[in-house]
Design a protein. Structure first.
Length: 152
């Protein structure tokens, strides 16, 4: 794998992760502002399924099944050629379609516009949510210390 291919893969993983973590309402609001939905064919219409979540005790123990999670997947092909794919947590068909369209557009000539109008605002929303969660957690922080009296 060339360095350029690795960078493209890393970039795509970043925007796919951002889309997967985004709230469906935030993505829908940004898509409404983006404008018209590009001409596309559904390779795989949004469909809901489940995946088994696995875990390990202490990250080193034997694997075990934690439970199931609902996911929705979708694949599209733009009229100009690029394919887009999405797997999102939950049962939102609209979010899966919008994420797949965003993935396809990011591989087309519209990538800069999509980044500016969709991905950058989503990243800012995610950053604000993380900061808010961190502030709430910090407010509950308790500092424990031990005082030592004299020496024996």
């Amino acid at each position: 794998m060339t360095v350029e291919t690795k960078e493209k893969t890393r970039d795509r993983q970043a925007w796919m992760g951002l889309l997967a973590r985004a709230e469906a309402a935030d993505l829908a609001r940004l898509w409404a502002r983006y404008g018209a939905v590009p001409v596309h064919d559904l390779l795989r219409a949004p469909e809901i399924g489940g995946v088994m979540l696995r875990g390990r005790m202490g990250a080193v123990g034997d694997a075990f099944n934690m439970g199931e999670m609902s996911v929705t997947r979708c694949s599209v092909r733009l009229a100009e050629g690029p394919d887009g794919h999405a797997y999102v947590q939950g049962r939102s068909r609209d979010k899966a379609l919008q994420a797949a369209l965003t993935d396809a557009l990011m591989q087309s000539g519209a990538a800069d516009e999509v980044r500016a109008k969709l991905l950058d605002p989503l990243a800012e929303i995610e950053s604000q949510r993380r900061a808010s969660r961190a502030a709430k957690a910090a407010a509950t922080k308790v500092d424990f210390f031990t005082m030592v009296r004299g020496e024996d």
